[in-house]
Ligand binder design. Structure first.
Ligand SMILES: Nc1nc2c(ncn2[C@@H]2O[C@H](COP(=O)(O)OP(=O)(O)OP(=O)(O)O)[C@@H](O)[C@H]2O)c(=O)[nH]1
Ligand SMILES: C[S@@+](CC[C@H](N)C(=O)[O-])C[C@H]1O[C@@H](n2cnc3c(N)ncnc32)[C@H](O)[C@@H]1O
Ligand code: SF4
Ligand code: SF4
Length: 353
């Protein structure tokens, strides 16, 4: 039986998470000494694609319009995060952020409210060709694009949509609009491993940085299986037959991607080995879901609802303190490699990758 989970995790609304033992500092500190400075804001659960490792075929159930954070609410939360909680960069994600018609308004509002804070977006780039210039004008700095294969049939099979040309046009338009540097993310699956060499060659020729990602157990269909996963080790073996790769590691310890130079550089390829070379001990992320909940970790089902607090008249200080509490109680890591691991209720598209 195929299970589809979209998830209603444990939500604490109004109740304050425990702050016991927390030093009185403004930042988003956790009990393991990590400080979250990288905010990832999901703005929708909707998507123009249906990647098999992420979404169910029919898409995620729609979040009712009145449960979604509005542009104004997003701007207020981003402002609190930057001004009161020490957040240094903000990324918009989803679902697919381009599905929101008010994306330009959200970006412009944030750019005005927190000038100087880097704003980026992770996107599938479908339809981006028509909006790249306006997004850059609104204040978006750069984008990362999901592109798993440059083979039209493979792309269509994996995403369940025949939209490769639109993605490629989106990348071209983003470059022209100055949304750079552009990084390409590819989740490798058994059916696309054969295309990995072509994809790396394509990215190299296009002047964009490619990062391969190990599939995590965050697919809505709950079909992830460790034996099916293309590990960093296996991928390096495949790429190593065609390119000379030299490991250079991470430029920033909190970055998910480790880099290898390709054929002597300067071009590099990255690998985000979340499962086999976990980077949780250096995690610097905090997340907001599209319905306004703080999520301290991709894999934690405990969420703190800020949307109701906002709508019930909470002050910025109250919201900041609830956010600090959510992060103080963050887990050590994802636990995928621990016996008894169970995936979270929400899938990647519903959390915000
Ligand atoms: N385990 C884990 N994986 C993550 C996390 N954030 C992102 N990823 C994975 O990393 C991939 C790439 O994420 P991006 O949205 O491009 O962000 P990034 O790599 O931090 O972006 P850059 O700052 O541009 O390097 C995602 O598709 C996820 O698979 C995280 O907090 N935990
Ligand atoms: C959920 S998507 C949202 C943004 C946008 N729709 C996109 O695809 O870039 C964000 C990232 O999550 C990644 N992702 C989705 N499901 C994943 C999984 N099961 N394991 C690892 N990464 C996953 C995607 O490849 C993408 O880079
Ligand atoms: S990975 Fe991104 S593009 Fe693919 S289904 Fe998930 S949200 Fe959509
Ligand atoms: S799995 Fe959780 S703790 Fe690990 S890097 Fe991702 S968000 Fe951070």
């Amino acid at each position: 039986m195929t299970m589809v989970s979209v998830g209603i995790p444990t939500v604490r609304s109004g109740a304050r998470p425990s702050l016991d033992g927390r030093p009185d500092v403004p930042q988003l500190l956790d009990k393991f000494g990590r400080v979250a400075k990288d905010l990832r804001v999901s703005i929708t659960e909707k998507c123009s694609l249906r990647c098999t490792y992420c979404m169910p075929e029919e898409g995620l159930p729609a979040i009712p319009a009145d449960e979604l954070l509005s542009a104004t609410e997003i701007v207020r939360l981003v402002t609190i995060a930057v001004r009161q909680l020490g957040v240094e960069e903000v990324r918009f994600t989803g679902g697919e952020p381009l599905m929101r018609r008010d994306l330009e308004e959200i970006i412009a509002g944030c750019a005005e409210a927190v000038p100087g804070t880097p704003l980026s977006m992770t996107t599938n780039a479908v339809g981006l060709q028509h909006r790249a210039a306006a997004l850059a004008k609104a204040g978006l700095g750069r984008i990362n694009v999901s592109l798993d294969s440059v083979d039209r049939a493979q792309f269509a099979q994996l995403t369940r949509r025949d939209r490769l040309q639109s993605v490629l046009a989106g990348i071209t338009a983003a470059r022209a609009a100055g949304l750079t540097p552009i990084k390409v993310n590819a989740v490798l699956m058994p059916q696309t491993i054969d295309g990995a060499v072509d994809l790396l060659q394509w990215c190299h020729d296009a002047g964009v940085e490619l990062r391969f990602i190990e599939e995590m157990p965050l697919d809505a269909d709950h079909e992830w299986a460790r034996d099916n996963m293309i590990t960093a080790e296996r991928l390096l073996g495949v790429l190593g037959e065609h390119f000379e790769l030299v490991e250079v590691g991470r430029d920033d310890p909190s970055s998910p991607a480790e880099a290898w130079t390709v054929d002597g550089g300067p071009g590099t390829v990255g690998i985000i080995a979340s499962v086999t070379r976990s980077f949780c001990s250096d995690c610097d992320r905090t997340r907001l879901t599209a319905d306004g909940r703080v999520r301290s970790c991709l894999f934690s089902d405990q969420e703190i609802d800020l949307r109701d607090s906002l709508r019930n008249g909470a002050s910025d200080d109250d919201i900041a303190m609830a956010w600090r509490g959510a992060m103080w109680n963050k887990w050590a890591g994802h636990g995928i490699n621990v016996d008894g691991f169970t995936p979270p209720e929400r899938s990647m598209g519903a959390i915000g990758g």
